[in-house]
Design a binder for this molecule. Structure first.
Ligand SMILES: Cc1ncc(COP(=O)(O)O)c(C=O)c1O
Length: 383
């Protein structure tokens, strides 16, 4: 098993398992593909929540990326990475005073999600702001990945967003309109509808400097078609160019998703009735997507002979700690497997649940590997 010329077994031997591996070359390829497809003035404000590994965000910043951050610490990390304030977006449904203060102090663009958030910020000072629109479009690969619609806590419905934008003209530097319709979207239709709605708002409001279309660009996890990047780019760039605005795209998953691997070893193989359980040493605390979103990720395992059916599960005492049904070569205790496409919402969602230390993180780049984050141990973890 090799990634970017590096043998994953040697990483597992040196640093143990579970360990996240991030392929930096792949991240650069993904960023470059997106950057080159967007043929209009734009900022790729990479969504730090997808993977906030400091070395990774610094590499992206050096390539020209901006940052979309959900908190004060995100603003600090973006500043540390060298992202200039005009490329930093703070957005979230319920930022604390501290989050807002830090964003204001740095001069980041703040996307407001409610009138009450706006009045809190108004008391703090004059900020660069956008308003986040809930387009009502329900898109995303799982109900928990949908951010639009009547029952969503995100943003404001179009008319209210417009009223708020107008009311902020005298107290704030109103720079633009923002939306983020959901995550892991593979079809172009929801984006088309969102762009139409945003453009209508822009016309009703008047001039804007920024149109921020959020993230949401999906990746194929199993056998899905790749995201229609060129079509997307045509649509969003046409819209922004029509009104002379800079386009912001807050991609996270598209840039880092397929660059991550979770190395894990087989702890036990257990047969119960018809089922053969492959019990591995990575669990839902290390990688939450299967339990949270019912996500299925490819598993890479070496071995010859016919494939066998396994139910793959982790060590956490929760019935939801199951990765799913897989056909894999015959495996035994101690064998290494890699869970693929875990670069986005992998380590960044990991927890210490079940008194399990956070896993190690290693980068691979042009045939070399490097430890980015040590595995926690009893003394180092915050138990
Ligand atoms: C406001 C906002 N922007 C961007 C993103 C990144 O989304 P994705 O990783 O799907 O591109 C998210 C993720 O949920 C988000 O909430």
């Amino acid at each position: 098993m090799k990634v970017s010329g590096v043998d994953l077994e040697s990483i597992a031997e040196e640093f143990g398992t579970p360990t996240y591996v991030i392929d930096f070359e792949r991240v650069r390829e993904n960023y470059t593909r997106l950057n080159e497809a967007l043929e209009c003035p734009h900022v790729i404000a990479y969504a730090y929540k997808a993977n906030h590994e400091p070395e990774l965000v610094r590499m992206l910043a050096l390539m020209g990326s901006g940052a979309t951050v959900p908190s004060a610490y995100g603003v600090m990390l973006a500043r540390w990475a060298g992202v200039s304030p005009d490329k930093v977006v703070l957005v979230g449904p319920s930022p604390s005073r501290y989050d807002l203060e830090e964003a204001l102090r740095y001069g980041a663009l703040i996307s407001l999600e409610s009138e009450s958030e706006a009045s809190v910020l108004e008391k703090m000072g004059r900020a660069r702001v956008m308003v986040r629109v809930n387009t009502g479009i329900e898109a995303g690969a799982h109900p928990s990945l949908v951010t639009g619609g009547k029952k969503s806590k995100f943003g404001l419905p179009p008319r209210r967003a417009l009223m708020l934008l107008k009311s902020l003209r005298s107290t704030m530097d109103v720079e633009g309109i923002h939306t983020h319709i959901g995550s892991q979207i593979l079809s172009i239709e929801p984006f088309k509808r969102a762009v139409e709605l945003i453009m209508k708002l822009v016309r009703d409001f008047g001039e804007v400097k920024v149109i921020d279309m959020g993230g949401g660009l999906g990746i194929p996890y199993l056998n899905e078609e790749a995201f229609p990047l060129e079509e997307y780019s045509d649509i969003v760039c046409d819209a922004a160019s029509q009104v002379g605005a800079t386009l912001f795209v807050e991609s996270g998953r598209y840039i880092v998703g397929d660059a991550g691997y979770l190395l894990t070893r087989v702890n036990y193989v257990k047969e119960v009735g018809e089922e053969k359980w492959l019990l591995i040493d990575a669990g839902m605390n290390d990688f939450l997507r299967p339990a949270l979103y019912n996500a299925k990720h490819r598993i890479i395992a070496e071995g010859n002979g016919p494939k066998e059916r396994y139910l793959v599960a982790g060590p956490v005492c929760e019935s939801a700690d199951v990765f799913g049904e897989y056909y894999l070569p015959r495996l035994k205790e101690g064998d290494l497997i890699a869970i693929g496409d875990v670069g986005a919402y992998g380590f960044s969602m990991a927890s210490r649940y079940n008194l399990r230390p956070l896993p190690a993180v290693v980068s691979v780049d042009e045939g070399r590997y490097r430890l980015l984050r040590e595995r926690e141990s009893f003394g180092r973890a915050i138990f």
